[in-house]
Design a protein around this ligand. Structure first.
Ligand code: HEC
Ligand code: HEC
Ligand code: HEC
Ligand code: HEC
Ligand code: HEC
Ligand code: HEC
Ligand code: HEC
Ligand code: HEC
Length: 424
């Protein structure tokens, strides 16, 4: 009997030590260190004055998990490495708060995010390789070689700096390099002072950027059964649930974050939004991603927390058929455009001839929409905003190409006649 008790005590003791170790390892360093008295005092002073100057900031902060956990104003606003220091009412604060400040306590999230296309590739899509330091380029190239090592986008350059700053750049800034050497911003999805996971779980948050005819993810989601159910039930869901313990009871219906980022039922939160993808759907002609099978398994693991395997298999088979048939339609038109270019019937510059816009719309709007619709449950987008428009634009393109060739033929004939006259 005695031996049993000793054994039990030793066993429980060891288990407690291991559990405490695991628990501590999982939380940010900050929680282990206590904030210094200066920090605590600073928050009082910042908040006292700022509740008069910029009250909303203080109220947002007061209702955040950060305030509850004892994080202070200065914890985020103090200058991190390589940040410009500013004297401010007797305190030294950094010129801005970037992902570098967040990463001092959330290194894991920053590392995952930095490996994703939300980081450097998003900014490179507009500004190209020259926007980055050598070090940033080397890092990003390890994960997405072609997506960062590329020239600035031609269309953006044609439209000019004003259009880039308030247009392309305002969405693609999710991966803009910061003067301190870090990449991007965490507040696009969490906001600066609320640090909210509820906000990050709302489809409208992703929909700030993921909307419109070239990537209608928000519209597709709203049309899908998932979106309709979410809208009708969200008031009863536990949208503040701790990300490490999110269950199907908290959120029985998925949003963008559930499928792409959340750690539903112990699957593990990820800030690498590419981790559960298997195709490059945004491309004109979609190819499989290098980690095709792993990406698909990761996503299906999430579906399977709520669905039976057979249904998911069928769903993926049908969606992949849409990818293949869309690829065929786009490829045919791509060859038609290549043919015109090879025969010298188009200028080498992009976007200076009508037919180039029709071709761009064909894949960039309608091809993409059909593929995204098929994978996220939006039948109207597969059909009327997708395949129907694809067909229409194919007919239009063929007619335009025919006209261009006919006109060139007439010119050739005229040229031949002139030559004949000269010879005579
Ligand atoms: C005695 C009042 C006072 C105190 C104390 C104070 N601030 Fe301010 N702060 C201001 C005022 C006033 C502004 C300018 C607001 C405006 O432009 O309307 C400001 C602006 C700021 C800005 C924006 C700066 C910019 O140019 O974009 C930040 C960030 C900031 N304060 C953070 C802090 C932090 C963090 C603390 C505590 C360490 C703090 N403040 C303490 C009064 C104060
Ligand atoms: C979790 C980190 C974090 C904490 C904690 C925090 N801030 Fe901020 N704060 C930010 C970020 C991020 C921005 C946006 C920075 C930017 O755009 O350069 C910001 C911006 C501001 C601004 C400018 C707001 C504007 O819209 O012009 C003020 C003022 C400010 N913070 C004051 C405070 C005060 C006062 C506290 C404490 C009560 C505080 N902050 C706590 C991260 C934080
Ligand atoms: C001084 C350390 C520190 C800094 C700096 C910091 N955080 Fe936090 N953050 C914490 C702690 C502690 C928690 C609570 C424990 C946890 O959930 O990991 C937390 C929790 C969070 C959560 C989860 C909230 C929830 O509802 O579960 C988010 C999101 C978050 N932080 C975002 C940010 C962002 C974005 C920044 C930068 C603008 C930032 N944090 C800067 C310490 C920090
Ligand atoms: C409303 C926000 C928004 C605006 C404005 C915007 N984009 Fe995007 N862009 C996105 C999103 C979201 C994606 C991801 C689409 C996907 O993966 O399905 C994307 C994808 C892309 C891609 C394909 C991905 C890649 O890395 O090659 C390119 C290229 C691109 N955008 C360039 C631009 C340019 C250039 C402009 C301005 C002329 C622009 N975007 C304007 C949000 C935007
Ligand atoms: C501030 C704008 C913005 C917000 C907000 C945003 N995204 Fe994105 N997202 C982008 C851009 C830009 C790209 C394209 C990056 C590139 O060039 O490949 C992208 C790409 C993606 C991709 C494709 C990644 C890949 O590997 O091809 C996924 C998935 C994604 N986002 C999911 C989300 C989810 C889920 C949310 C909300 C929780 C969200 N995004 C919020 C701008 C945004
Ligand atoms: C594209 C949107 C998006 C961006 C950008 C983003 N997050 Fe998050 N983040 C989320 C979502 C969604 C969740 C919650 C997932 C869930 O449990 O549903 C989350 C959760 C978190 C959590 C809680 C994680 C946990 O396991 O408790 C922290 C901390 C956090 N984010 C920090 C950051 C930091 C730091 C950055 C910048 C490097 C960042 N986030 C950028 C969407 C984003
Ligand atoms: C039910 C799960 C689910 C929901 C909800 C969902 N998605 Fe998706 N999403 C997928 C699947 C599956 C794919 C295709 C995956 C693949 O490539 O294998 C996808 C693809 C994408 C892509 C395309 C990346 C590319 O290659 O072009 C983006 C971007 C994206 N989703 C963003 C979003 C946004 C934003 C929302 C919310 C408005 C959302 N998703 C809602 C499952 C979901
Ligand atoms: C958090 C739970 C959850 C996740 C994760 C989830 N779904 Fe669903 N899904 C639902 C619910 C709930 C319904 C509605 C079922 C009903 O009508 O009772 C649904 C419905 C569907 C439907 C039927 C649509 C219709 O029109 O009837 C399909 C197809 C579907 N989901 C596919 C997927 C795929 C594919 C994934 C993963 C990429 C996924 N789901 C992830 C909860 C989920």
């Amino acid at each position: 009997m005695k031996f049993k008790h000793v054994f039990l005590a030793v066993f429980l003791g060891t288990a407690l030590v291991v559990a405490a170790f695991l628990f501590n390892r999982a939380r940010p360093d900050h929680q282990v260190e206590q904030p210094t008295p200066e920090h605590v005092k600073a928050t009082g002073k910042c908040a006292e004055c700022h509740s008069r100057e910029t009250g909303a900031v203080v109220h947002q902060f007061e209702s955040s998990v950060h305030a509850k956990e004892g994080v202070t104003c200065l914890d985020c606003h103090q200058p991190a490495d390589n940040q410009k220091k500013v004297d401010h009412r007797g305190f030294t604060i950094g010129e801005t708060v970037t992902s570098k400040n967040c990463s001092t306590c959330h290194a894991n999230e920053y590392d995952q995010y930095r490996r994703s296309r939300h980081a450097a590739p998003a900014w490179a899509a507009v500004k190209g390789r020259d926007a980055f330091t050598e070090e940033q380029l080397e890092y990003a190239k390890k994960y997405h070689p072609e997506a960062v090592d590329r020239p600035a986008n031609k269309l953006a350059q044609m439209e000019g700096p004003g259009a880039i700053a308030s247009g392309c750049g305002a969405c693609h800034s999710i991966g803009r390099p910061n003067p301190d050497g870090s990449i991007g911003t965490c507040t696009e999805c969490h906001s600066a002072h609320k640090a909210s996971v509820r906000l990050a779980r709302m489809p409208e948050t992703c929909g700030q950027c993921h909307m419109g005819p070239d990537h209608s993810q928000l519209e597709i989601f709203k049309e899908s059964k998932h979106g309709v159910l979410f809208n009708s039930q969200k008031a009863h869901m536990n949208l503040d649930a701790d990300p490490k313990e999110l269950t199907t009871k908290d959120m029985p219906v998925p949003t963008c974050s559930t499928c792409h980022m959340s750690g539903l039922e112990g699957n593990g939160v990820t800030h690498n939004v590419g981790k559960r993808l298997s195709w490059y759907l945004f491309s004109a002609v979609s190819e499989k991603r290098p980690n095709y099978q792993r990406g698909q398994d990761n996503m299906q693991q999430v579906c399977m927390e709520c669905h039976a395997e057979d249904r998911i298999d069928t769903f993926y088979k049908e969606a992949e058929t849409v990818v293949r048939t869309t690829n065929e339609k786009v490829k045919e038109m791509e060859q038609l455009m290549d043919g015109l270019r090879e025969d010298g019937l188009l200028t080498p510059q992009p976007f200076d001839e009508m037919i180039e816009f029709i071709y761009f719309d064909l894949w960039h709007y309608y091809g993409r929409t059909a593929k995204h619709g098929a994978f996220m449950g939006g039948p109207d987008f597969v059909q009327w905003h997708g395949n129907y428009e694809l067909l229409l634009h194919k007919v239009e393109l063929k007619e335009m190409a025919h006209e261009i060739r006919a006109k060139a033929g007439e010119k050739d004939d005229e040229g031949d006649d002139e030559k004949k006259e000269e010879a005579e």
